[in-house]
Structure formats: structure tokens, C-alpha cells
Design a protein around this ligand. Structure first.
Ligand SMILES: [Zn+2]
Length: 284
């Protein structure tokens, strides 16, 4: 009995120590990745209801998370609190202007948008879509957003191709031209790249650096070392409850975090497969 008590207390103390040590070491911000924000149900899970998104933002406010602009990652020696969150949107859909901007203005939360430059103002024909297509932000909307202090705009390539599978020449164009075209539209420097499908290899990563970007965002866990050109993000999906959302923020709950990571990777893999299959003729 004494041995049992000793073992139990020992495991408990170790768990508490591990928990606090993990939290102490794991202060890098959680970078959330959203896509479409919709009022109605649509096939797939790479989207969120407006009400669901608003509930997530309310959760962040209620639990005193610090919402930081993505550009904070460019500051050397920035000290993080352990409750820092960065909010990003890939693909640049029109619903950001319509629904997200008013919510974020109300909460005073900064956020980043990564539009697909050759699809600005167009429908999402690049994607494998079941059901109604979705329109991307127009040039006019992007210009208005770019003037807002809460908003950072980066590039998500020209055509949303899997940059690991295209030729070096095409990858170079997708990365380099999208930067220059977006800078022409916004009238300001574009410093951050978001890899389509979060996919990159060393060649793609080097092209991003050579093109003059200061940082690149991916999905999920990147390299073990802090790499400014492979920054991991956590996807948020239509199937996520408030509990799931909380788990994404509390990375120190091992089993649940592992489940959230696996869920995100599976969703990303499926969307990549569907999209790549649709567009295989464009990839050489
Ligand atoms: Zn994307």
C-alpha cells in the first residue's frame, strides 16, 4: 500500500513538473490558419461558419489571449508570453471583407491574409469544388484591407500549385511574380509567403528566400529548429468545436494535441489530393 502511494505521488509530481516545464519552453505563438468563413453549410471541412468563427474569437478574448500581428515574428528577440496567438487566412476569399473584417475590428484583433494572386476577384476554379464556387477578394477590397492597421497581406503564389511538384522555373515564377504583382496592387512591400498546401522542399524554400521574402508560413510542425522559412500553423475547420479549438491553443495536452495535429494533416492531405488530381495537366 505504501509502495502504491509512493508510486502514485511520484507519477503525479512528475506529471505536474513536466506540464509546467513544457509550457515554459513552448512559448512560441500558436499560429491559426483559416480559409473560408461562410454563412451556409458547404461540402468539405476547410471552412468555418461565421458564428463559429465569432465564437472562437470570443473565446480568445474571454481567456485573455494576446492576438499579435504576424509581423511580430520578424522582430528579433521578441519575448512571448505563452498566450500569444496569430491569426491567418489563406486563399483570400471575399468573405474576409464581408464577415471577418467587422468581427476583427470589434475585437481589435490583427490578422494576415494570403491571396492567390492570379485569382484576385475571380471564383476559386483552381480548387476541387463540390457545390457553389466561392469568390476571391477583388483588387479594390484588397487595397482597402491593406490600408487597415489590423491587416497584413502576403503572397500565396499565383495559381496555388503544389510547388514541390512543378519545375524550378514555374516555382520561381509563382513565388517571385506573385510578390511583384501583389506589391503593384497594394503599393507596399510584400514580405511574407504562404506555401500552397503548406508544401515546400529545400529548393522551394531557397527560391522564397532568393525572391526577397523575409518569412514563409507552412502547416503543422516544421523543422525542429526555429526556421523563419518553414513556420508551422494549426488549421481550424468546420468540424471543430470550442473544445477542439481550446486544444489547438493548449499544445501541452499531449494526446489531444496529437489528435488535432493528425486531424489537420489528414484534411490537408485530402484537399491536396483532390486539387492536384483536378489540376494534374497543369503540373509538369
Ligand atoms: Zn491555400
Amino acid at each position: 500500500m505504501v509502495l502504491f502511494d509512493f508510486l502514485f505521488i511520484s507519477i503525479f509530481i512528475n506529471f505536474v513538473m513536466w506540464h509546467f516545464e513544457f509550457r515554459r519552453r513552448n512559448k512560441f505563438p500558436v499560429i491559426l490558419l483559416f480559409h473560408q468563413i461562410e454563412t451556409k453549410w458547404r461540402p468539405g471541412v476547410g471552412w468555418n461558419y461565421v458564428k463559429q468563427f465569432e465564437a472562437f474569437m470570443y473565446y480568445l478574448k474571454k481567456h485573455n489571449y494576446n492576438i499579435l500581428p504576424v509581423t511580430v515574428l520578424l522582430e528579433k528577440n521578441h519575448t512571448y508570453s505563452g498566450k500569444d496567438v496569430i491569426i491567418t487566412f489563406d486563399d483570400g476569399y471575399e468573405d474576409i471583407y464581408e464577415y471577418v473584417l467587422p468581427i476583427m475590428k470589434r475585437y481589435g484583433f490583427p490578422f494576415a491574409i494570403f491571396p492567390i494572386v492570379d485569382f484576385i476577384g475571380k471564383y476559386n476554379d483552381w480548387d476541387f469544388v463540390v457545390g457553389p464556387k466561392t469568390k476571391h477578394l477583388s483588387e479594390k477590397q484588397l487595397k482597402i484591407l491593406a490600408k487597415n492597421k489590423l491587416v497584413t497581406i502576403g503572397s500565396h503564389s499565383l495559381n496555388h500549385l503544389d510547388l514541390k511538384r512543378v519545375s524550378g522555373e514555374i516555382a520561381e515564377r509563382e513565388i517571385n511574380e506573385s510578390k511583384r504583382e501583389l506589391e503593384g496592387i497594394l503599393g507596399k512591400s510584400v514580405e511574407i509567403f504562404s506555401y500552397p498546401f503548406g508544401k515546400y522542399n529545400e529548393k522551394v524554400r531557397r527560391t522564397v528566400i532568393r525572391s526577397g521574402y523575409k518569412m514563409a508560413l507552412s502547416y503543422y510542425k516544421g523543422n525542429k529548429k526555429c526556421d523563419m522559412f518553414a513556420i508551422p500553423r494549426t488549421g481550424v475547420y468546420a468540424i471543430d468545436s470550442i473544445f477542439d479549438f481550446a486544444v489547438k491553443l493548449h499544445r501541452y495536452v499531449p494526446v489531444l494535441s496529437w489528435y488535432e495535429d493528425l486531424k489537420g494533416r489528414t484534411i490537408n492531405l485530402l484537399s491536396d489530393l483532390a486539387c492536384s488530381n483536378k489540376r494534374k495537366n497543369e503540373i509538369c
